[in-house]
Design a protein around this ligand. Structure first.
Ligand code: FE2
Ligand code: FE2
Length: 308
């Protein structure tokens, strides 16, 4: 395993225990935290569990969600980039570099999809709860890698996967294709958070800080989803019924998702894997290497992007 690969072996294992309450095993700590978040999510109202409260989204509603998601992808690329100066952990640094590239690609994919559906981000502004949640809490309030990733790569990324799963049956085929294209990257982001917790959350104090941030993120997430409902309610019942898609947009909505304009994509040559190309072993406790850190550059399903 290279230095840049996440490893779940705590660096201080075997050393004399520190004073204070005993730490839980980091893997058990992570698993219990995720289980508690899942259990809490299951108790929530439909509006808090997913965007658009379990109904097929009308065109305007779908666009509203895409605007939010597009902005969130862009913001996450920015705030994760801002963390890098103060990310001394090599595995986290390498993984976050990949995550920035992923989020910026998701931004481009969703922006292209919005254009395909005839929408535009022009004049769009986030709700105050989204600013507080994403531009302040995630972006600026974590004091170190564990606090930042405890909030975003545990609660935030699992929440995003959860939202995608809730939306999949309620969106057009082309939007489904977009979500399915993005999801493997989000799984990597979840497993990056898990690998960092396994390796570095070795004291009770670190585990308490991660837990506190994860639950704070959860509260912001619920407020953010309720703010989305409020935004939809402002659209009014007319927008919910809406004029629907034009015939041309209906065809585009059924078509497979296309890459962002200005980028040429081609499937990479498939080569044997040296290991999992995306550490998607959520729930397995097994971290996997960051992309580009010792694994083949091109793997199944990877896309090589070139500027036209
Ligand atoms: Fe993303
Ligand atoms: Fe992500």
């Amino acid at each position: 395993m290279s230095d840049s690969e996440p490893s779940s072996t705590p660096p201080g294992k075997g050393a004399a225990p520190e004073a204070g309450p005993p730490a839980r095993d980091p893997a058990a700590f992570y698993a219990e935290l995720v289980m508690s978040l899942d259990a809490r999510r299951a108790e929530l109202s439909a509006a808090e569990q997913s965007f658009g409260a379990n109904r097929t989204l009308a065109r305007e509603e779908l666009l509203e969600w895409l605007y939010f998601q597009c902005w969130y992808e862009l913001e996450s690329a920015k705030f994760i980039g801002s963390w890098l100066y103060s990310t001394p952990e090599p595995e986290a640094f390498a993984g976050l570099c990949r995550q920035i590239a992923d989020e910026s690609r998701h931004y481009a994919i969703i922006a292209a999809h919005i254009r395909t559906l005839g929408g535009s981000m022009e004049g769009w502004a986030p709700e105050p709860e989204w600013v507080r949640w994403i531009q302040e809490f995630y972006a600026r309030e974590g004091s170190d890698t564990l606090e930042r990733m405890g909030a975003h790569n545990i609660t935030g990324e699992i929440g995003a996967m959860n939202a995608f799963a809730g939306l999949l049956p309620r969106v057009p085929e082309s939007t489904r294709a977009v979500l399915e294209r993005i999801t493997p990257d989000e799984q990597f982001h979840v497993s990056l958070g898990r690998a960092v917790v396994h390796r570095y959350a070795v004291t009770a104090e670190a585990q308490q800080r991660i837990e506190r941030r994860a639950w704070q993120a959860f509260e912001h997430e619920q407020k953010g989803r309720l703010a989305f409902e409020r935004r939809l309610s402002r659209l009014g019942p007319g927008a919910r019924r809406g004029p629907g898609l034009s015939p041309r947009q209906r065809v585009a909505a059924r078509a497979p998702a296309r890459p962002a304009r200005g980028w040429r994509c081609r499937r990479a040559v498939e080569r044997p894997r040296a290991g999992p190309s995306t550490p998607t072993g959520a729930g397995t406790g097994q971290p996997s290497p960051a992309r580009g850190s010792g694994s083949p550059r091109r793997t199944r399903g990877s896309v090589v992007r070139e500027r036209r």
